[in-house]
Design a protein around this ligand. Structure first.
Ligand SMILES: [Zn+2]
Ligand SMILES: [Zn+2]
Length: 210
């Protein structure tokens, strides 16, 4: 599996383009906006988009979802249903953050812990990791030991927990119980900022170090 990170929106959210190298089929994770940049990347990679995957319902991760999904007529997969209240509030989120108004949408498929999502010949495992938002999910590609963690974990930090239905202790448990068991060699793409590995964060992240 090949991947490309495309920082989008004023929040420099890491939208990821995941490509199955055998088939050229691809999935976009968290298209927060700047859809033209995402389309450029898809074109450059000669990829065929199969689905939009969402880690959670925050605007900087979902803002370009409707546009992209309708352009290619592809399904919107994720997050967990507990984030529906965030997605339903997309218009209010646009207003709060000064984004242009986004079209409302409902995911084609909600995800639960242990689900699997595939595109081309690649398969991602779904881990429900609440705390930043209640319905946040992480996508894990076991073959390449790569996780796309959204706003659960960052290099040197963790996601905010002061939003509605956010909870600090729940977030810490999600990281320690769902992510750390995957192993310290696992590399991750966070929702914002540079990549890191779980081992690096176990050793140096002040919030979740062991
Ligand atoms: Zn977020
Ligand atoms: Zn974010």
């Amino acid at each position: 599996m090949k991947y490309r990170i495309i920082p989008v929106t004023a929040f420099q959210q890491n939208c990821s383009l995941l490509i199955c190298e055998r088939t050229g089929k691809a999935a976009v994770v968290d298209p927060g906006g700047d859809v033209d940049l995402i389309l450029d990347a898809v074109k450059q990679e000669k990829a065929v988009l199969e689905s939009v995957l969402l880690t959670h319902g925050h605007l900087d991760h979902i803002g370009g979802t409707y546009e992209l999904a309708s352009l290619f007529d592809i399904p919107i997969i994720g997050p967990h249903r507990d984030d529906q209240f965030w997605i339903d509030a997309i218009a209010a989120q646009c207003q709060t953050f000064g984004f242009p108004v986004c079209h409302e949408f409902t995911p084609t498929r909600w995800l639960a812990h242990g689900d699997k999502v595939s595109f081309g010949e690649e398969m991602l495992e779904v881990l429900h990791c609440p705390g930043h938002t209640p319905g946040h999910v992480v996508f894990y590609h076991r073959q390449s030991q790569l996780a796309i963690v959204g706003d659960v974990l960052f290099r040197g930090s963790i996601g905010r927990t002061d939003f509605p239905k956010g909870d600090f202790h729940t977030l810490i448990s999600s990281i320690k119980n769902n992510l750390w068991p995957l192993g310290e060699q696992v590399a991750f793409i966070p929702g914002h900022g540079p990549m890191s590995t779980f081992g690096e964060e176990m050793r140096h992240n002040p919030y979740v170090g062991i």
